[in-house]
Design a protein around this ligand. Structure first.
Ligand code: C5P
Length: 409
């Protein structure tokens, strides 16, 4: 499941090099093995140590190998790489690559490779528009290199124009597109809810819960990486939502109900990872309620979104979550049947090393056909992949998992 595809990130001397650390990080989040090569000029902007520490891999630097070291690092470094990304790419490296110049370690490494190359240029607008740079870019395109950006915007020199390195999210998503890694959810529409509740009492106070949104975001990101068209419906979030995923905020159960219902018919999958508030205030005060000795707050039950969607569905696969403190597995199984889900992910929230707010969880996954999966404690990201593996299986004809409910159309 965890592919360790090797990719080389070639960093050259532009101020945008500081963003390469983020690129490396994001690519690693996608389970890629990232190997960074730097020019001498790149090292003026960011240190090799930054990349070595981030990636856990040796960084290819300029200069000749010391006695006893690998005598031909420009050949061995990129061996087995599925792709080379040059980001940021200066006018200089573009020119060298287009014209077969290999006068330092990084350019020699590029020349020794037959892996596909993606180039993310970053330079001043006049440089980018210089006829010789344009000619070199054309040459490289004809030789099969892909170009990402540049974007138009404010440049480091203070001018505005074309030449700004493309946004990190776009670079990463183009790399993933090019690698075409396990995109088994390509073209599927997946609706994921995440986060906790914020049911207002008055303009200042609300009723909430401890859900951080991490599990739902991990699922949304993994689904997007696997090619799905993802919509995230976010309740109260303790973490930022991913910039590259369409997100709709719906912090109350009624808003979430409306948002999910509007999109449900068009979706192939609904994953309800949000901790929806079970109750809301019977009436929400328009002004701040004054302090008093005691206060009996009257609550009414919120609609059960997942149960409603399960009742409405035809083809959709519906996955729910359950946070339990006692008899977690048994309660989860009952909930799956009662709400008529295809799969439920149960976590025991009485433990404080996992669950709410943590990056880790230990869950029990139960499917409608009675299959129980008990992965060991692992990151929410990895749990997300396991859940999506099951979903992908169900989408491609796992009738057995659907039981007698919701026959495929
Ligand atoms: O019954 P319980 O709240 O434990 O059920 C949890 C599952 O049901 C979660 O998937 C949650 O997103 C969903 N849910 C819902 N609407 C509610 C309460 C919970 O869809 N009002």
């Amino acid at each position: 499941m965890m592919s360790k595809t090797k990719i080389v990130l070639a960093v050259t001397g532009s101020v945008a090099a500081y963003k390469s650390a983020e690129i490396a990080r994001r690519l690693m989040d996608e389970s890629l093995s990232v190997h960074v090569a730097m020019t001498a000029n790149a090292e003026k902007f960011i240190t090799p140590l930054t990349f070595a520490a981030l990636t856990g891999n040796h960084v290819l630097r300029h200069g000749y190998p010391a006695p006893g070291d690998d005598p031909m690092p420009h050949i061995t470094f990129q061996r087995g790489a599925s792709l080379i990304l040059i980001a940021p790419a200066t006018a200089n490296i573009i020119g060298k690559l287009a014209n077969g110049i290999a006068d330092d370690m990084l350019s020699s490494m590029l020349m020794a490779s037959d892996a596909p190359v993606l180039v993310a240029p970053a330079m001043n607008a006049n440089m980018y528009n210089h006829p010789s740079v344009r000619k070199n870019i054309e040459t490289l395109k004809q030789l099969g290199a892909g170009f990402i950006g540049p974007a138009t915007g404010e440049l480091a020199c203070g001018e505005t124009g074309e030449g700004k390195m493309e946004r990190v999210e776009n670079i990463v998503s183009q790399v993933l597109d090019r690698l075409d890694l396990g995109r088994d959810l390509l073209g599927r529409k997946i609706l994921v809810t995440a986060g906790g509740a914020r049911e207002p009492i008055d303009p200042v106070r609300f009723i909430g819960n401890r859900s951080s949104g991490k599990m739902g975001v991990a699922i949304a990101q993994a689904a997007a990486r696997r090619g799905a068209d993802v919509t995230l419906v976010a309740g109260a979030m303790e973490i930022p939502v991913p910039e590259d995923i369409e997100t709709i905020y719906a912090p109350t159960a009624l808003e979430m109900m409306r948002t999910v219902q509007e999109r449900f018919t068009d979706s192939d999958v609904l994953v309800m990872a949000a901790a929806v508030g079970d109750y809301r205030a019977r009436s929400v005060a328009s002004g701040k309620i004054k302090e008093k000795e005691s206060w009996d707050l009257s609550l009414v039950r919120n609609p059960d979104i997942i149960a409603k969607m399960c009742a409405l569905r035809n083809k959709q696969i519906v996955v729910g979550f359950a946070a339990e403190t006692d008899n977690a597995e048994k309660s989860g199984r009952e909930k799956l049947l009662r709400k008529n889900m295809d799969m439920i992910v149960v976590n025991d929230v009485s433990r404080d090393d996992i669950g709410f707010g943590s990056d880790y969880n230990e869950v029990v996954i139960i499917t409608r056909s009675g299959e129980t999966i008990k992965p060991q404690k692992m990151s929410k990201r990895e749990i997300g992949e396991i859940i999506l593996d099951r979903i992908a299986g169900m989408l491609t004809g796992g009738y057995g998992d659907r039981g007698l409910v919701g026959g495929r159309t």
